[in-house]
Design a protein around this ligand. Structure first.
Ligand code: NDP
Length: 391
């Protein structure tokens, strides 16, 4: 029997890649729910292709529009945040492809419903990762990371990553995690030119095609910082257990170093369909549709230490991970605001880390972090971040 799948953030980069893989395996998967924010035109096309039972638009006006378009079909159209959470709790497999903190409640809903939860949406894991993983254990959910780095680590851990839900990588003899990153489009750009960087330049990633927010995060290298915190949550590690290494070819997606000195790596084309297929099929392997890697074509692997002065977001994220409490949630929210302002043309590229740092300086980490305190820190940091961005 085929498994039912809900794709959250279906109209985005991760969502469309997930639907591409799912569409190759009609015998294994059946799409029962699709969700998006406002793009009802893309959603209408996806509903025509996959005939889900339910389509949810977070924006009520977009839901109304979609409802008009699909009036005669068999897809029930719903709108709003509550419907999003219900869709996330109703399928066997849930693909979390929403961007930003907006994915927090749907991710929690999927985890609390004990589903197989495939998470690309890293911001909720940054905000409240330890809590999400605790909830997963309590409700018997399996969390499988889709972020290519964390999916690589998942694959390099024993037991197909089962340790993740059972209490961490350390018991498996893991000494260190090596998170690889391409270094983004500005790896070699002189820092005094950062102020002139345009949104179009920042969105042009050298090796991956992704949505606007993560592309800018890759350009500031905040993406590696977010991934560091994400790795700590997923694999029960401390910030100092995770190293970041620049690997411009983006072929080695991350590595796990064990106490015996072995280092295991996962390699593949830079195509999100590879980790998505690995996670959808897990523990089996299924076709992803991605181009197979030709090792002779990519005969050279380079590694270099990240330039922490050029990319201060890495240090800010490491500091937030060490501080703990609500600091990662505040840092994440400040970054979301700064990136949105940059994409609107209201903030220069070089100011993104300054807004994040300014918010962090004005935030008390406190001890622990639950849903309520994470949401409060998020709201406060957004307000503060907007003020600093406008100053
Ligand atoms: P996109 O911007 O391409 O897509 C985002 C999706 O989320 C869209 O479907 C969008 O709907 C929906 N969405 C946006 N805001 C809301 C909201 N407030 N409520 C509900 N839905 C919303 O993002 P990506 O696919 O690039 O990234 C998604 C997540 O995956 C991010 O967290 C990113 O960091 C992570 N990730 C992405 C990778 C990639 O290759 N793209 C790789 C690894 C991780 P609409 O179209 O209507 O706006």
């Amino acid at each position: 029997m085929s498994a039912s799948v809900a794709v959250l953030g279906a109209t985005g980069s991760v969502g469309t890649s997930a639907l591409d893989v799912i569409g190759r395996h009609p015998d294994k998967f059946r799409v029962t729910a699709l969700t998006a924010n406002a793009n009802f035109e893309a959603m209408r096309a996806q509903c025509a292709a996959f005939s889900p039972d339910c389509a949810v638009m977070a924006e009520p006006a977009a839901a109304k529009q979609l409802q008009n378009d699909l009036a005669a079909g068999g897809t029930q159209v719903r709108g709003g945040a509550e419907a999003l959470c219900e869709a996330a709790a109703a399928a066997d497999i849930v693909v979390c492809g929403i961007v930003g903190a907006a994915g927090l409640r749907p991710t929690l809903a999927a985890v609390r419903a004990g589903k197989k939860v495939l998470i690309a949406n890293k911001e909720p894991l940054v905000m409240l990762g330890a809590h999400i993983m605790r909830e997963a254990r309590a409700h018997g959910a399996s969390v499988i990371p889709l972020d290519s780095e964390h999916n690589a680590i998942f694959q390099c851990l024993p037991d197909g990553g089962a340790k993740i839900n059972g209490g961490g990588a350390r018991q498996a003899g893991v000494a260190k995690i090596w998170l690889t990153g391409s270094g983004g489009p500005f790896r070699k750009l002189p820092p005094d030119e950062f102020a002139k960087v345009t949104p179009a330049q920042a969105r042009a990633h050298p090796t991956w095609e992704m949505g606007p927010k993560i592309s800018v995060d890759s350009a500031t290298m905040m993406n590696k910082g977010l991934e560091l915190i994400e790795a700590c949550a997923l694999f029960s590690l401390d910030a100092d257990d995770v190293e970041i290494v620049v690997h411009p070819q983006s072929v080695i997606h991350s590595m796990v170093e064990y106490v015996d000195g072995s280092i295991l790596a996962q390699l593949g084309s830079p195509d999100m369909r590879v980790p998505i297929a690995g996670a959808l099929g897990w523990p089996r392997r299924i076709d992803s549709g991605a181009r197979r890697l030709n090792l002779l074509e990519c005969a050279r692997f380079d590694f270099e230490a990240p330039d922490l002065a050029r990319f201060p977001c890495i240090g800010l994220a490491r500091a937030a991970a060490r501080d703990g409490g609500v600091m990662p949630a505040a840092m994440n929210a400040a970054n979301e605001i700064a990136v949105a302002e940059f994409l609107k043309g209201a903030l220069t590229f070089d100011k993104i880390p300054r807004v994040v740092e300014g918010v962090m300086e004005r935030t008390e980490a406190g001890r622990g972090c639950d849903l309520e305190s994470a949401l409060a820190a998020d709201a406060r940091a957004r307000k503060l971040g907007a003020e600093l961005a406008a100053a």
